[in-house]
Design a protein around this ligand. Structure first.
Ligand code: NAD
Ligand code: UDX
Length: 463
């Protein structure tokens, strides 16, 4: 079966870049990305591709090449479902904020809506691909909805989790470590798997395309994120011990990372991991384990989150303690708000939690992030519901450049590892700050020795 038309439901951080790359690499396939959010679709269709809603290095030129040729962004969901042979579901699956499993389980209401919509609209057989990250055995629920509410047509469900990381989405999509496709082991299932393998085979070597049963594929995504996050919590746990013992976590990370069994990646101690995936997916895993009565398994993975919360809290506590146990009315400059560099995404960013703690201590937060607006920063704080929107607005101000953000500050805190922060004129920043001038480097990106020579009191993570 040759695919000629693809529809993707959800034009977010995954749907947008993934479909842009499929369209770029498969000019013979028409790719339509649909979303309920009209503004988001309008932004994807902005004549200037620099204004697309998601910032990712290299993405605007991929969109510029394919958009209007075989890549389309639209709000006409039914039409796109009707026309496509293959439908990707790439909607959000946040942690539930209500009811059973609140604060742990994945909220599957958007997934179910998609399944019901596909069932209602589809008049021909379709392959439905789970691109969203889902609890293991979700395909079963999707299949039941499709089969029970559909028009008698045949559906094949595939699981094809996405492993891209934000900030490197385009290169990750162009050169993936692997593509994972899970499907039924029936002849129809195998035909569906082959159809999706053929799409990726346009640019990915076949030996990198792994096929499994649906449940292994669904569970592998949660497992991959849990293992990655576990490495960060492990090194962050060591960072606290380093601070007590005179060891340096960067040196420890290098020393252990050179052991080929351990490997050097994902060992950067930090103020704590953020992003829309790690916490949500681990909580989801914990919830699934608990629901099978596997309490030790659940407790084991939950510690990754406990450690991460501790690391964020430890950072804000350190700022307060070092500033003579009071930050009331002191200006603390935050460099960075995004959860990592090269993205405008702030979901679950450590910066939000550190700011919230410091605002509780009545600090004034001044933020500079190259890609994040004041509106978004205040919204992120409002989402925590710690205080009124008005109080958040008066506690935090965003600046257009770092020098203005740091002027008259008592301390600078690095929350995101944007490359530009390391190249600043730190003497100029120092001259305009209150003394003693403190730097809390939550990403270990600055040169401690140089800053101390200027006169700063410098504290990194884990040394
Ligand atoms: P997102 O919030 O950026 O995008 C989801 C989009 O889906 C939104 O624009 C929303 O309006 C749209 N949507 C929701 N319900 C809809 C419906 N019924 N019809 C049409 N549109 C609908 O989310 P995201 O970051 O792209 O994540 C999507 C999924 O991919 C999640 O399951 C996530 O866990 C997974 N994932 C994310 C990443 C990442 O780095 N962000 C990486 C791998 C996997
Ligand atoms: C993650 C997974 O890496 C990706 O495979 C999956 O598809 C989605 O979730 P993402 O959240 O976009 O990707 O970014 P990632 O690079 O994993 O970083 C997550 C967080 O961990 C960031 O806050 C980052 O700063 C932090 N981090 C990462 C560290 O603190 N130390 C590290 O060594 C690596």
């Amino acid at each position: 079966m040759k695919i000629t038309k693809i529809c993707c439901i959800g034009a977010g951080y995954v749907g947008g870049p993934t479909m842009a790359v499929i369209a770029q690499k498969c000019p013979h396939i028409q790719v339509t990305v649909v979303d309920l959010n009209e503004q988001r679709i309008k932004d994807w269709n902005d004549p200037n591709t620099e204004n697309i809603p998601i910032y990712e290095p290299g993405l605007s030129s991929v969109v510029a090449e394919a958009r209007g040729r075989n890549l389309f962004f639209s709000t006409e969901v039914d039409k796109a479902i009707d026309e496509a042979e293959m439908i990707f579901i790439s909607v959000n699956t946040p942690t539930k904020t209500y009811g059973k499993g609140k604060g742990m389980a994945a909220d599957l209401k958007y997934i179910e809506l998609c399944a019901r919509q596909i069932a209602r609209v589809a008049k021909q057989n379709k392959i439905v691909v789970e691109k969203s990250t889902l609890p293991v055995r979700t395909a079963e629920a999707i299949k039941s909805i499709l089969d029970n509410t559909g028009n008698g047509v045949q559906f094949q469900i595939l699981s094809n989790p996405e492993f891209l990381a934000e900030g490197t989405a385009v290169t990750d999509l162009l050169n993936p470590d692997r593509i994972l496709i899970g499907g039924d082991t029936t002849p129809e299932g195998e035909t569906a798997i082959k159809a999706l393998v053929d799409v990726y085979a346009n640019w990915v070597a076949e030996e990198k395309i792994l096929t499994t049963n649906v449940w292994s594929s669904e569970l592998s995504k949660l497992t991959a994120n849990a293992f990655l996050a576990q490495r960060i919590s492990s090194i962050n746990a060591m960072s606290e011990l380093c601070e007590k013992t005179g060891a340096d976590v960067n040196e420890v990370a290098k020393a252990i990372g050179m052991d080929s069994r351990i490997g050097s990646k994902f060992l950067k101690a930090s103020v704590g991991f953020g992003g829309s995936c790690f916490q949500k997916d681990i909580l989801n895993l914990v919830y699934i384990a608990k629901s099978y009565g596997l309490n030790e398994v659940a407790d084991y993975w939950e510690q990754v989150i406990v450690m991460n919360d501790h690391q964020k809290r430890r950072f804000s506590n350190k700022i307060v303690q070092t500033l003579y146990n009071t930050v009331a009315d002191k200006k603390i400059a935050f460099l960075g708000w995004a959860f990592k560099k090269d993205t405008n995404d702030t979901r679950e960013s450590a910066a939000i939690y550190v700011a919230d703690d410091l605002i509780n201590e009545q600090a004034k937060i001044a933020v500079y992030d190259p890609k994040v607006s004041e509106h978004k920063i205040v919204n992120d704080l409002d989402y925590l519901e710690t205080r009124s929107g008005q109080d958040n607005k008066s506690a935090v101000v965003a600046f257009e450049n770092a020098y203005d953000a740091c002027k008259d500050a008592h301390a600078v805190a690095i929350l995101t590892e944007w490359d530009e922060f390391a190249s600043y004129d730190w003497k100029k920043i120092y001259d305009n700050m209150h003394k003693p001038a403190f730097v809390f480097d939550g990403r270990n990106i600055l040169n401690a020795k140089e800053l101390e020579e200027i006169g700063f009191v410098y504290q990194g993570i884990g040394s």
